[in-house]
Design a protein around this ligand. Structure first.
Ligand SMILES: [Zn+2]
Length: 343
């Protein structure tokens, strides 16, 4: 006798193991649904003709790195889509859309003063960056996802009425104005760690007290677009809602983290309801267009802190975008750090 007694621990163990596997599966599914990664061929095509620093090889470089780390298994995948005219016009002027349409049909010349070349189909490809951001926003607002990452996006130099600095349409502005006009979410925290100042967000919302900005970048005295000085802190009733923190050429993680302490305190103080991160990778050491010396620890830390803040104050809602970055191994490392923290 005693068989029952001998088998009991083994059977109990099997049951517990089975239960743990079930819990793990449910947990994995929940985690996968929480973070939406927005990628696809139509989105990856956003890039300019051969020889331009922003090529169409950036999404592929990021994805190879993300897949190697197994991050693709921890996310849901969202597909790109085109933005309609009505959606683009939530932020952009009718004249700007018309201008891009003409240049897209002609397929040559520049969309701005000489940084952003036109090419055949550039209207549709740029409208896809904005449309994909809206796809992410709609999924978050519907509760299908809590947070998103869109590597090809974060085109923070385009203004309401013009292209600039490799940015044709400003997907971030389209998201912000859609949050207001379509979803009634007014108070938004915008964090920009791209090496260049996010002038295409700062100036359109300079007098808007509900757009809370933290923008850490290389000093505009040394780099495009020449703006984002510390005294630019919002205007009129928005005075004090924007924090521009320029860093001198050569600054690295230590200088960044000192600035970020201030940025995070600013966000905690002003209590946004929704967070957007422009996680440009061009502040990393070795970028061909800039002079800062960050490591991907910057991207990991900011994402981690924002995720925590979003969970505490914004029902988790956080949308992250890749932004700039012109050295492929750098952008792969920085964006993988972002996605790793989001999942
Ligand atoms: Zn940049």
């Amino acid at each position: 006798m005693g068989g029952e007694g001998d088998d009991y621990p083994a059977a109990y163990c099997r049951q517990v193991c089975h239960l743990l596997r079930c819990v793990r599966k449910v947990y994995d599914r929940r985690m996968a649904a929480e973070t939406l990664l927005l990628v696809g061929d139509e989105l990856g095509r956003y890039g300019f003709p051969t020889g331009h620093p922003l090529g169409s090889d950036r999404q592929g470089a990021f994805l190879a790195s993300a897949v190697a780390k197994g991050l693709d298994k921890r996310v849901a995948i969202g597909a790109p889509r085109l933005a309609t005219r009505e959606e683009l016009q939530r932020f952009h002027s009718r004249e700007h859309l018309h201008w891009v349409e003409i240049r897209s049909r002609l397929g040559d010349g520049y969309l701005d003063y000489g940084d952003t070349p036109a090419f055949p189909g550039c209207y549709e490809i740029a409208a896809t960056v904005a449309g994909t951001a809206l796809e992410g926003l709609e999924r978050v607002m519907a509760g299908d996802a809590v947070r998103t990452f869109q590597p090809i996006g974060g085109l923070h130099h385009a203004r309401r009425s013009r292209a600039a600095g490799f940015c044709v349409f400003n997907d971030l502005g389209v998201v912000i104005d859609s949050l207001r006009k379509r979803f009634g979410v007014a108070r938004i925290g915008y964090v920009d760690i791209d090496v260049h100042h996010g002038d295409g967000i700062y100036y359109p919302y300079e007098t808007d007290p509900d757009l809370i900005v933290v923008d850490i970048h290389e000093d505009g005295n040394f780099i495009f677009p020449g703006t984002g000085h510390a005294h630019e802190s919002g205007a009129n009733e928005a005075e004090g809602t924007k924090l521009n923190l320029p860093l001198p050429p050569g600054a690295g993680d230590r200088e960044f983290f000192a600035a970020w302490e201030r940025g995070l305190a600013h966000l905690h103080h002003l209590k946004p309801q929704f967070l957007i991160l422009q996680a440009g990778a061009d502040g990393l050491a070795g970028d061909p267009l800039a002079d800062l010396r960050y490591t991907p620890a910057v991207h990991a830390r900011v994402t981690r802190d924002l995720r925590k803040l979003a969970d505490e104050q914004c029902e988790g809602r956080l949308m992250a975008f890749g932004g700039g970055g012109y050295e492929l191994s750098n952008l792969a490392a920085a964006w993988t750090a972002v996605l790793g923290e989001l999942t």
